[in-house]
Design a protein around this ligand. Structure first.
Ligand SMILES: NC(=O)c1ccc[n+]([C@@H]2O[C@H](COP(=O)([O-])OP(=O)(O)OC[C@H]3O[C@@H](n4cnc5c(N)ncnc54)[C@H](O)[C@@H]3O)[C@@H](O)[C@H]2O)c1
Length: 270
């Protein structure tokens, strides 16, 4: 166990994210941008990555929350308020990250918003809002960080899709379900384009993770019904998603590309 106050170089050098096979070893200095970094899943991802010696850039809407989380992490990390739907804000933010760390070689696209409205109740403005965050935001941040990954000949991108992308949305609404289908296709597109540049792009498709999306956006009756349906009879913990992120971003995961990992307790097997 490396002490939390050890210099970041020592933490990085001994990181569990570092391969023991020299030819598969990624860069010693790993810098991860985590969007939606102060949300339920995002916070767990930031903590797990920092515990592994990664420098983390916590990106979310509230600067004070981003700063507080970044300051609590064991590696040199940074909090940055960026609205990922704003191309200019994304460009300025990524420029700042490069100035501070010199590179960004890991991207975890977590930011997302939920709509449970089905087709008839979905307004055009709601459609645009959800697509702007979940799809356009993911696209903008990915496009902005790719040049640094290409330059460093190594990168790991993980996108948060959702079980909704292939279930049609049990409780999730039409635009959310559509947006997560788009995130999945986007993952495949980037995986194919950048594999030869040493960059992998994968997705995670969870269902019902304990965060405001479950505690606030579902009724008590819906939660009770779901707990009966989910084979393990509990909701997923954010740390279980962070565990998958840790796996997909590991040096040894370079042969896993264009994969969407289901984290649904066997609710759907295919
Ligand atoms: N919780 C679940 O059950 C579940 C299931 C499947 C998929 N997901 C996906 O996982 C991801 C994280 O979900 P969560 O449960 O942690 O939700 P959450 O609401 O706790 O976190 C989402 C975060 O994204 C941030 N965000 C929203 N709009 C933004 C914007 N324009 N720019 C920057 N940041 C923005 C929010 O401020 C928030 O901190 C989402 O993409 C979600 O769709 C969640």
């Amino acid at each position: 166990m490396i002490p939390p106050d050890a210099p970041s170089e020592i933490r990085s050098a001994s990181s569990p994210l570092t391969s023991t096979l020299p030819k598969l070893r990624g860069p010693a200095k790993k810098v991860a941008l985590v969007t939606g970094g102060t949300g339920g899943i995002g916070t767990a991802c930031c903590r797990y990555l920092a515990d592994d010696g990664v420098h983390v850039v916590v990106v979310d809407l509230d600067q004070a929350k981003c700063d507080a989380l970044a300051a609590s992490l064991p590696t040199k990390s940074l909090g940055l308020s960026i609205n990922i739907t704003d191309p200019e804000a994304v460009a300025i933010g990524v420029k700042k990250i490069i100035e501070v760390f010199g590179t960004v070689n890991m991207l975890i696209n977590v930011a997302g918003i939920l709509s449970n409205n089905k087709l008839a109740e979905t307004s055009a403005s709601e459609w645009n809002k959800v697509m702007a965050v979940n799809v356009t935001g993911t696209f903008l941040v990915t496009q902005a960080v790719i040049p640094s990954m290409v330059k460093g000949k190594w990168g790991r991108i993980v996108n948060l899709s959702s079980w909704a992308w292939k279930s049609g949305g049990l409780t999730a609404g039409t635009v959310y379900t559509t947006s997560k289908g788009a995130v999945t296709s986007f993952t495949f597109s980037i995986a194919r384009q950048y594999a030869a540049a040493g960059i992998t792009c994968n997705g995670i498709a969870p269902c019902y993770v304990m965060s405001p999306m479950v505690t606030e956006k579902l009724t008590a009756a819906q939660r009770k019904e779901l707990l009966e349906k989910i084979p393990v009879h509990r909701f997923c913990e954010p740390e279980e998603i962070a565990h998958c992120v840790r796996f997909l971003t590991h040096d040894m995961s370079g042969f896993i590309n264009g994969e969407i990992i289901d984290v649904n307790a066997g609710l759907q097997m295919d």
